[in-house]
Design a protein around this ligand. Structure first.
Ligand SMILES: NC(=O)c1ccc[n+]([C@@H]2O[C@H](COP(=O)([O-])OP(=O)(O)OC[C@H]3O[C@@H](n4cnc5c(N)ncnc54)[C@H](O)[C@@H]3O)[C@@H](O)[C@H]2O)c1
Length: 264
């Protein structure tokens, strides 16, 4: 499997932590040149140092995905540094729970901005650069919440369903344009990352006074047919597959990695 992405330029948003961070490490391990972006600069720079320490190539750009100017800067930077963008992974995302009638409108708009506007802007600004090279691959990170809704998650579910539908529509546009660009969405199940911190507490201490992993394991026991959470690497493996030529006939598709959560 080594070096499937030799010389390919891969931009990953939300790369400072969690799934995005592991994606950056895994693509770099297979020869990709990583452009890691995030609002968390210290963690992003530490990631780049780790990749370079292992002999890989990477750079970090401070980037709020809700800012159109910041997207222009990221894509302009990639154009001037590399002259092409092979793979874009729109991964940055935030989570929030709450009953709809109690939900703060500003929080609703913030989540829409990060989870939906961020993906729209990424696709809008990446496509022209990809089309110039006549090749490209876009992976938008949705969720099982974009497929099956749950109470108390209305905003998150709405954002992730939007990402799913948006992905399919863009895929059809790309096919009509015959631009050779593939566009798919990926739908992780329950994965223990910091995105859960605002929902159940941090890794060390949660609302149930158990570590995050244990709390999530308790939640998944009944809900997930596999009876366990997924690992970050299991989601990244799906990204590697979607970005590789092994998935060359996948377009406008939903790659669901959820231990059977949405099967029933
Ligand atoms: N962990 C799960 O259970 C799960 C399940 C389904 C989908 N997802 C999705 O996977 C993606 C990655 O989440 P994760 O679990 O790794 O969470 P995480 O919190 O560990 O990582 C998210 C990253 O996004 C960054 N980010 C947040 N707001 C941003 C902004 N405005 N601009 C740029 N970066 C920003 C954060 O700084 C962080 O580094 C998200 O889109 C999330 O919705 C996660």
């Amino acid at each position: 499997m080594a070096n499937r992405f030799e010389g390919r330029v891969v931009c990953i948003t939300g790369a400072a932590k969690g799934i995005g961070r592991q994606a950056a490490l895994s693509f770099a391990a297979e020869g990709a040149i990583i452009v890691a972006t995030d609002i968390e600069a210290d963690a992003g720079k530490a990631l780049v140092a780790e990749i370079e320490g292992s002999g890989g190539q990477a750079n970090f750009i401070s980037h709020d995905v809700t800012s159109e100017d910041a997207w222009r800067n990221v894509i302009g930077n990639i154009r001037s540094q590399h002259g092409k963008l092979d793979i874009l992974i729109n991964n940055a995302g935030i989570g929030m729970t709450g009953l709809v009638h109690e939900m703060d409108y500003d929080l609703w708009r913030k989540m829409m901005a990060v989870n939906v506007d961020g993906v729209f802007l990424g696709v809008k600004y990446a496509l022209p650069l990809m089309r110039e090279a006549g090749i490209g691959n876009i992976i938008n990170v949705s969720s099982v919440a974009g497929i099956r809704s749950t109470a108390n998650f209305s905003c998150y579910c709405a954002t992730k369903a939007a990402v799913k539908s948006f992905t399919k529509s863009v895929a059809l546009e790309c096919a009509e344009a015959k631009d050779g660009i593939r566009v798919n969405s990926i739908h992780p199940g329950i994965i223990s990352t910091a995105i859960w911190d605002t929902l159940i507490g941090t890794e060390e201490s949660t609302s149930s006074n158990m570590p995050r992993d244990a709390t999530l394991a308790g939640m998944t026991g009944e809900a997930v047919p596999f009876g366990r959470t997924g690992t970050i690497q299991e989601i990244v493996n799906g990204m590697l597959f979607l970005a590789s030529d092994e998935s060359s006939y996948m377009h406008g598709a939903e790659l669901v990695l959820d231990g059977g959560l949405t099967a029933g």
